[in-house]
Ligand binder design. Sequence first.
Ligand SMILES: Cc1ncc(COP(=O)(O)O)c(C=O)c1O
Length: 392
Amino acid sequence: MRNWQLGLRNELNQLADKNLIRELKSTAHGTNPVCVREGKTLLNFSSNNYLGLAGHPLLIQAMQNTVEAGSPSSRLLVGNEAKTQHLEEELAQWQETESALVFSNGYMANLGVLSSFLDRKDAVFSDQLNHASIVDGIRLSGATSFRYRHGNMNHLENLLKKAAKKGFRRKLIVTDAVFSMDGDIAPLRDLVSLKEKYDTALFVDEAHSVGTIGPQGKGLAHHLGISDQIEIHMGTFSKAFGVYGAYVAGKKDWIHYLINHSRSFIYTTALPPSIISAILQSLKLIQQSDRSRHLLKRKSMKFRDELSKYGFNIANSSTQIVPVVIGDSSKSLAFSQKLIANGILSVAIRPPTVPAGSARLRFSLMADHRDDDIQNVIESITEIGYECGVIL
Ligand SMILES: Cc1ncc(COP(=O)(O)O)c(C=O)c1O
C-alpha cells in the first residue's frame, strides 16, 4: 500500500507542477446569477443554468409536493413510476418523435446509446471536440472510431469513404449540437447530407441546446427543421432545465432496443419521483420560455461582440457559451483569480477537458444576467486581458 500511496502522490504532484491539478471548491448558489464560493459572493459566469430555472419556485414546489424522496429500484424491476412514463410521453411529443427514454444523467445516456447500438463490428465517426461522455461511450462500445477534425466535413467525408471499403456492419456519426467548451454549433445540415450519402445513422447530443435554441426550446435540430432526419436525439435536464437527468428520443424500435440493451439504463436505480416531478414542471416552463431565450441570445451576442472587438479569441462561439482562449494553463488560472478578485466567477478550463495548449476561461451567459453586470464584466475582462498580455 505504501507504494500505491507514493505513486498516487507523485502523480498528483506532477499534475500540480503542470498547473493541471483540480480541487473542489465549496460553492453555494444564491438568487441568480450570484453564487458564494469559499465565502466570497461572486457574479456567476460559469453556470449551465442558462434560463435560471434551477431555483424556480414552481420546480421547488413540485419537488416538495412529491411524497416519495427516493426510488425503490431500477425501472425494469419496480421503479417504473406512472409519472416517469408520463414524462417520456410528454418528451416524445415535445421532440415530435415516437418515443423517449429517461436516463439518470447525460453521461449515462451517451454511454448507453453508444455501447448499445455499436460493437466491434461497427464504425463510429465522432467530432474531435465531442464531450467526454461520447468519447467514453465509444471506448465502451469497442467500435472502430474515426475522429474527424472539429466541424470539418471534408475530413469526415474522407473517413466515411475509407470506412465504406471495410464492410462495417453499422455506421454512426455522433456530434454535440452546441460544443460545451467552444460554444459553436455543429453543421447539422451537412451532417445529415453526409449520413444520407454514406448510409449512416446520426446521433446528436443537444445537452447545451435544448431549452436555449429552437421553437419551445426543442433544440438545434428543430431550429433547423431537420429533426426527423436524425435517428437519435439526446438532451439533458441538468442545464437549461435546471434539474437533473437526461433523455434519449427517437423511433419506437430504437428506444425499445435501448430498454433491452443499455446497461447504464438497466442496471441503475430509477430517478427519484421528486426529480421527475421537477422535470415535468420544467418541461412546461421551457416551452413557455421564449422571452428568456430571446434575452439569453441578445445578451450572449453583445458579450461575444464586445470581447471579439477587443481582440479576444472566442473561438467560433455563436451561443451562450463563450470561451476566452488563452492557451497556457497557469495564465488561465491567474486570469480567473483576478476576475474573482473583481467579484466575477469564470472557471479556468484546462487540458484534458480541452486540447493541450488551448486552456481558457469558459463564460456562460444566463438570461438573468443584468445588462450593467455584463458591461462591468466585459470591462474587467478587458482590463485583466491587457494586464496579462492576453490582448495587446
Ligand atoms: C455535450 C454534453 N453531453 C453530455 C453531458 C453530460 O450531461 P450530464 O451533466 O447530465 O451528465 C454534458 C455535461 O457536462 C455535455 O456538456
